[in-house]
Design a binder for this molecule. Structure first.
Ligand code: PLP
Length: 419
């Protein structure tokens, strides 16, 4: 693989940025490939090599790169001014469009990232209930906010442990519950019932396996929240894309607050908190000082709003069905290769999201993660971008031939990993 220009860029980058970039997940030893441009389902790297992109900025881009309609709309928005410190018509249009997609999204608040939206949802729950504690699922990832950056390493441990040098008080106020174990979760929740502001879940949590929450689990958490007064928050920053009305709706439940991000920005920075009017009223300044003041210089900026409006419009039920079917095809093809080479690895996911999970280290590898990293490099060699955590997704510009090309490249790459 010719990576001369990427290598040169990396040697400059490490001089001025820790690890050579601004996202932990983007680091890749010995250096990542640098991307020069993207179009549709493909990206071109700094050395001119074109690859199929199944990573799509960590599942953010559901319409691939530089979709012509989105480019036209975004370019138009930029030409009209990029932010004003005053509301814009397109903010109203986008809140209406999101609200129409799910009946629980009565009111919407925009932020600039999923991390901020999670933070505001947790703070809204604290402001509404006047309680300090939050509960989250063991190992689940919800972004960089300190209250949720507790036990987020994908481990199955039920201990509330800091992974970011969090102060003790923060860790003590985050209660950790098991995933998909209704009885075990409710038992722990009951011990903290009077102090709990919210139960924060991701209905399809990628870091702990990308398997959907089961109905019994969701029903038990819903019932606990109804009885205790804690708010049920569904973080769908990653999982909103699995269903036309979002993940919770697809799985047969309903949250009090939903956190959105990634695909709702159509590739531009965004986050949102959506929920019933009563809960969202903590943000409302129209009747005096709100319980939860919330500002942000780039909240609801018109470029992200415009991009979001077009992205959501293009995300029709037919489009979602099509990429969901491609997702299933990918899962089946990858599982077939894994079985054929005699590994016990898993391929999980729902709709257009999938994740290859290395459950064991093949001979010659010190850990499953080391084998995944090698697979990641081999796939790059075969013209495929996938996360080195094995996370991937389908975008709407993908065609049947792209899915077939991925299946072939995966087969070749995995066999090379084991050779
Ligand atoms: N919540 C979940 C479930 C996520 O997957 C992510 C990002 O991957 C976040 C929150 C944070 O979103 P952002 O990266 O936009 O800050």
């Amino acid at each position: 693989m010719n990576t001369e220009n990427s290598a040169a860029l990396y040697s400059r980058a490490v001089e001025v940025m820790p690890g050579g970039n601004s996202r932990t997940a983007v680091y890749s030893a010995p250096y990542p490939v640098y991307i020069r441009s993207g179009s549709g389902a493909r990206v071109t790297d700094a050395d001119g090599v074109e690859r199929l992109d199944f990573l799509n900025n960590s599942t953010t881009l559901i319409h691939g790169h530089a979709h012509p309609e989105m480019v036209a709309a975004i370019t138009g928005a930029v030409g009209r001014g990029t932010s004003f410190g005053m509301p814009t018509p397109v903010e109203v249009e986008y809140a209406e469009a999101l609200s129409a997609r799910n009946e629980t999204f009565e009111h919407v608040r925009f932020t600039s990232s999923g991390t901020e939206a999670v933070m505001m949802a947790v703070q809204a729950a604290r402001a509404y209930t006047k309680r300090p504690k939050i509960a989250k699922m063991a190992g689940a990832y919800h972004g960089a906010y300190d209250a949720v950056a507790v036990n987020n390493d994908g481990s199955g441990s039920l201990i509330s442990h800091a992974v970011t040098g969090n102060p003790e008080g923060v860790v003590a106020n985050t209660v950790v519950i098991p995933f998909n174990d209704a009885e075990g979760a409710v038992k722990i929740l009951r011990e903290h019932a009077e102090d709990l502001a919210c139960v924060l879940i991701d209905p399809v949590p990628w870091r702990i396996g990308l398997l959907p929450a089961d109905k019994a689990y969701l029903d038990a958490l819903r019932a606990f929240c109804d009885e205790s007064g804690a708010l049920l928050i569904s973080d769908e920053v990653g999982s909103y894309r699995v269903g036309y009305h979002g993940a919770m709706h697809l799985l047969g439940s309903e949250a009090d607050l939903t956190v959105l991000g990634k695909v709702i920005g159509g590739g531009m920075p965004i986050g949102a908190v959506a929920g019933r009017r009563g809960f969202m009223s903590v943000f409302d300044p129209s009747k005096g000082a709100p319980a939860l003041p919330h500002s942000g210089s780039y909240n609801a900026n018109p470029v992200s709003m415009t991009s979001g409006v077009v992205s959501l419009r293009l995300l029709t039920e037919e489009a979602m069905e099509r990429i969901g079917a491609f997702g299933e095809q990918v899962r089946e093809a990858l599982r077939a290769t894994i079985e054929a080479v005699g590994l016990d690895w898993e391929v999980n996911g729902l709709g257009s999201l999938f994740r290859v999970i290395a459950t064991s280290a093949p001979e010659g590898y010190p850990s499953p993660a080391a084998a995944m990293k090698r697979l990641h490099r081999e796939l790059l060699d075969e013209g495929i971008h996938l996360g080195d955590s094995g996370l991937g997704c389908i975008s709407t510009p993908m065609e049947e031939a792209d899915i077939a090309a991925f299946a072939t490249a995966f087969d070749t790459s995995l066999r090379r990993v084991l050779a």
